[in-house]
Design a protein around this ligand. Structure first.
Ligand SMILES: Cc1ncc(COP(=O)(O)O)c(C=O)c1O
Length: 391
């Protein structure tokens, strides 16, 4: 059975009001997600936040189980946190580095991760190395193989960058890092929800992601996967009475599993909503989602490249639902503003936030499709596109 687009659109009230091609920013939520969040907020308002949390404990537990099903891992390998950046940071800042240690990363690395890498390198004397790209523009696996030796203490890779349609070959990275015994931290913020992700098949030890993008969950939600083999070896950068237990006046023990990376206080309604979003994605089917997203993004790239003065900028051997482009003589910010005025949501990805990528020389319009989008919405974007200035 193919994916039921009509049904997905009926489940998504936002489809009635906008052509939402900003799924890499934040997707439109299915009503089931919004309703679950509102229901819990109402419960809190009627019975009290702690009492509502106690009543809804099973729903929160369901979120761990749903995320574990999504990634094909164990429930105790999942930490629920506020966003992908916090998830990534909790993993990264748990690691120790010494002068001479090397950290390998890619030109696609997300700006916040890159800043954290530089921050820790400055503090510890470790060195950050950006891997070469291959002829397709994805990370060069041969270069990774060449550089991996005993001085490499971490390989940090962004699966799908924020600024292009590229899908990095994560499973090939995993094969090499496993063989070398080096921890592999995968930023799957833009891939989770649009591609099937299986952490065992990829071979990553740590994976960070957010709820609001292709998973269609609430804002302010994210999660971290930590392989059981690594969890007990990592000391979180900070602890509280949830991630640790105060066992005697001068003693504490750190919680087992991934929950050592969580904090006590959190947005219970949003966590519940995240679980509903993940179950919804699993119900649609990640393989079917990937097929539909690939089909729509190929259509969008083709249609854009037929427009005078429009240049599609994506590179990579495998491409995904993120489509970046520029329009001659018009700033990308102005293009996005004009599209928004015509009822088409896109966003702008800035060169300033992609400084490891030598190809990122200008701000680009980013249109990101999801399975509930349609060919008609792609037409709508192309019709609303401002006409390129003659040079
Ligand atoms: C590749 C990538 N990693 C991480 C993040 C950060 O996610 P969050 O805003 O949930 O912290 C983003 C956000 O756009 C992203 O595109």
């Amino acid at each position: 059975m193919g994916l039921d687009v009509e049904r997905a659109r009926q489940d998504t009230p936002g489809c009635l009001t906008v052509a939402h091609l900003n799924n890499a920013g934040a997707s439109l939520q299915p009503s089931a997600v919004t309703n679950a969040v509102i229901a819990h907020l109402q419960l809190e308002s009627k019975m009290g936040g702690y009492e509502a949390a106690a009543r809804a404990a099973a729903n929160v537990e369901n979120t761990y189980a749903a995320v574990a099903r999504l990634l094909s891992c164990a429930t105790n390998e999942i930490a629920l946190v506020e966003n992908a950046t916090r998830a990534w940071d909790m993993a990264f800042y748990s690691m120790t580095f010494a002068p001479g240690d090397r950290i390998l990363t890619t030109s696609a690395e997300y700006a916040s991760n890159a800043i954290a890498l530089l921050h820790v390198a400055q503090r510890t004397g470790a060195r950050v190395e950006v891997l070469n790209d291959d002829e397709h523009g994805q990370l060069d696996i041969a270069d990774l193989a060449r550089r991996l030796d005993h001085s490499v203490k971490l390989v940090a890779v962004t699966h799908v960058p924020t600024h292009g349609g590229l899908v990095n070959p994560a499973a090939e990275v995993g094969k090499l890092t496993r063989a070398a015994g080096v921890p592999f931290l995968l930023d799957a913020c833009q891939s989770v929800g649009q591609l099937p992700i299986n952490v065992a098949e990829i071979g990553c030890d740590l994976l960070s992601a957010t709820g609001r993008k292709f998973l269609r969950g609430p804002r302010g939600t994210g999660f971290l996967y930590v392989a059981t083999s690594l969890a007990e070896k990592l000391q979180p950068p900070f602890l509280d009475l949830h991630s640790a237990t105060w066992t005697a006046p001068y003693c504490y023990t750190i919680a087992p599993g991934a929950r050592r990376f969580e904090t006590w206080e959190g947005n219970v309604a949003a966590k519940i909503g995240l679980g509903v979003a993940v179950d919804y994605a699993l119900g649609v089917g990640l393989e079917a989602i990937e097929r539909r997203v690939t089909e729509l993004s190929e259509l969008l790239r083709t249609r854009l490249s037929e427009q005078d003065g429009v240049t599609v900028k994506d590179h990579g051997e495998t491409l995904c639902g993120i489509v970046t482009f520029s329009v001659d003589g018009i700033s990308s910010a102005d293009v996005a503003t004009q599209l928004r005025a015509a009822g088409v949501n896109t966003s702008v990805t800035t060169a300033a936030n992609s400084r490891f990528d030598p190809r990122a020389t200008q701000d680009l319009v980013r249109a990101s499709v999801h399975y509930y989008n349609t060919a008609e919405e792609i037409d709508q974007l192309c019709i609303a596109l401002p006409v390129a200035a003659q040079t």
